[in-house]
Design a binder for this molecule. Structure first.
Ligand SMILES: Nc1ncnc2c1ncn2[C@@H]1O[C@H](COP(=O)(O)OP(=O)(O)O)[C@@H](O)[C@H]1O
Ligand SMILES: [Mg+2]
Length: 249
């Protein structure tokens, strides 16, 4: 059974694309899954850029207007993760759930995981993205603005009867009691608290997610715990040093 997971937030710039790239590359490389990540963000795309290039011969936009087939717009990252990027010029193309569901149905034949990197703000495109998936991961920063938007998004996802895996608090340095407060206020499981770290941006610049480029850094270790929550399986190939470091996390 293919798991179709949307990565959603209220606000932009909170880390959705970074989360998508890290969990996608790890589900493929570390867990040996066949994974496709779709940049469902046709107005401000960046997933393709984070994992490869700026320009692609065919993108999601071309699929949506019927100019390309799904197979034309799938690109492989060295981790094994496959990406369907969006164009930087949307040309008025919008994501609609009917077309998105068709694309997902086709990909399901071949995949273990399909990840949808959704647009910021709870507009029509994000709603179409949420309608197309079965499970949702919410990403937020520990600011009131971001958490309020996350709460609104969680309510929408619940109204659509989609499964909420939980909240990823990104760029966050929080005491356990503050994490508990967020959990209670938003009535949602906290999947991970990913600390701020310059290595995240550095790794993005090198097109290799931090979980692989700086595997022992604090954000990488937080990502590994997140992957264990998503898969229900221990992170593979953890060396002895990493396991010892893990005791202190
Ligand atoms: N844990 C982190 N520490 C430091 N910088 C981060 C972290 N997570 C994300 N970033 C940076 O924040 C910016 C926005 O992240 P991005 O994933 O593009 O957000 P979104 O997709 O929600 O708009 C990027 O420059 C990214 O490198
Ligand atoms: Mg993004």
């Amino acid at each position: 059974m293919t798991r179709v997971i949307g990565i959603v937030s209220g606000k932009g710039g909170v880390g959705k694309t970074t989360v998508t790239a890290n969990i996608g590359a790890s589900l493929a490389f570390d867990y040996g899954n066949n994974v496709v990540a779709i940049d469902a963000n046709v107005t401000s795309s960046s997933l393709g850029l984070y994992l490869g290039n700026y320009r692609f011969p065919a993108t999601l936009n071309d699929i949506l207007v019927g100019k390309a087939s799904v197979a034309d717009a799938v690109y492989a990252h060295p981790s094994g993760l496959k990406v369907i990027p969006s164009s930087h010029n949307s040309n008025g193309v919008a994501v609609n759930s009917k077309k998105m569901k068709e694309i997902i149905k086709f990909l399901k034949e071949y995949t273990d995981f399909i990840l949808l990197d959704c647009p910021p703000t709870l507009g029509e495109e994000t709603k179409a993205g949420i309608d197309s998936v079965d499970e949702v991961i919410i990403v937020a920063n520990p600011t009131w603005a971001s958490l309020l938007e996350a709460k609104r998004t969680i309510e929408y996802v619940k109204s659509k009867k989609k499964k909420i895996l939980g909240l990823v608090l990104n760029n966050a340095e929080l005491e356990p009691e503050d994490v508990e407060k967020v959990k209670k206020a938003l009535k949602v499981d906290i999947l991970a608290v990913i600390p701020p770290d310059d290595n995240v941006q550095k790794s993005t610049d090198k097109r290799v997610p931090v979980i692989h480029l700086y595997g022992r850094s604090r954000p990488a270790r937080a990502y590994k715990k997140l992957l264990e929550k998503i898969t229900g399986q221990t992170f593979p190939n953890r060396g002895i040093i990493e396991r010892i470091i893990g005791w202190f996390d």
